[in-house]
Write a protein of this length. Structure first.
Length: 325
């Protein structure tokens, strides 16, 4: 009888675990992240990140790399996994937020890897600087927000500047990653210049350095004065929106409940013209009806709402019934 030479899906010969360490304190390391490090034969990471989990690395092969050697870390991880080893490739924060997940998949795909390949890949999330810094200063991210890295090592400055201008204009709360380093000192000043084109100089700003690490520092400032703060590579800068305020040492961005509800004497009441559980009267349908009934020009409405005139015109030209559908 001729033996069956067909091969089934390959059994994993090695494993790469992309581990998010969170802010850096072991108390904020997730249970799965801790278990992944315990499971690993080899741990690879930037020297500072390795130091954060040094107490968990006894008996393991440890490979330390410099700040700009992200691709080298991924290549080392692939090499060890091909040898059948279990590799923990660590990042501070979350591995998928300015972390090692992206570079690792680039290296894997270039090597012909697929999810069905013999090497298993697992992404283990951790709290990013957005979350951890926000937790230290209050509730600045309760409404829409975004993150922008000011590092121009891999991203052209005009691209970064366009993103800064767009989110400043659109009134997002913004977290600035990689705001400043020993060589990159001007980028944070340029970001401030761009924001001041669109935002009140008194907009609250929180500057958080080394969140949940021994040298943690939290400082509150304003958009106008943020350049006076101590900002470095281990700092995250949180810029509020037009409704963000600081009170009793806490930075708060309202979610918008006051647009719909009034609270008096401990009782909540729906404001006139609003309905609980339904869009605001100034929500999409109500706004479309109002501008279509106004008889005003697209150009005039565009100036008021700070929206493109061609978009306003397309809304005016759309029958209300069709817009509601």
């Amino acid at each position: 009888m001729t033996p069956d030479t067909r091969t089934a899906t390959a059994t994993p010969t090695g494993k790469i675990m992309l581990v998010g360490l969170g802010p850096g304190s072991l108390g904020h390391l997730t249970a799965r992240a801790r278990a992944a490090i315990a499971e690993a034969d080899t741990v690879i990471g930037y020297t500072t990140y390795i130091r954060l989990v040094a107490d968990l690395l006894a008996g393991k092969e440890v490979i330390r790399k410099s700040m700009t050697e992200e691709l080298d870390r991924a290549i080392e991880a692939l090499d060890r996994a091909r040898q059948g080893r279990k590799v923990a490739l660590v990042s501070s924060g979350d591995a998928g937020v300015y972390g090692m997940a992206g570079p690792t998949f680039e290296v894997l795909f270039d090597a012909g890897w697929t999810p069905e390949s013999a090497i298993e890949v697992e992404i283990i999330p951790g709290a990013s600087a957005l979350n951890t810094c926000a937790a230290l200063v209050g509730a600045p991210l309760t409404h829409d927000f975004c993150a922008i890295s000011l590092s121009d090592l891999l991203t052209p400055w005009p691209t970064i500047a366009r993103r800064l201008d767009a989110v400043a204009y659109a009134d997002f709360v913004v977290a600035l990653y990689n705001p400043k380093s020993g060589r990159r000192t001007r980028q944070i000043a340029e970001a401030q210049r761009i924001f001041l084109r669109h935002r009140d100089p008194q907009t609250p700003v929180a500057i958080v350095k080394s969140a949940y690490r021994p040298k943690q520092r939290v400082e509150f400032s304003t958009l106008e004065r943020m350049g006076d703060a101590d900002i470095g590579m281990l700092t995250t800068v949180l810029i509020g929106n037009s409704n963000t305020f600081v009170r009793d040492g806490l930075m708060i961005t309202p979610r918008g409940y006051a647009n719909k509800y009034a609270v008096e004497d401990g009782e909540r009441a729906t404001r006139d013209g609003e309905q609980a559980g339904r869009s605001l009267s100034t929500g999409l349908d109500g706004w479309i009806a109002a501008i279509q009934e106004s008889g005003r020009s697209a150009a005039d409405l565009a100036r008021e709402y700070r929206l493109p005139a061609d978009y306003i015109q397309s809304v005016l030209d759309t029958p209300l019934a069709a817009a509601e559908d």
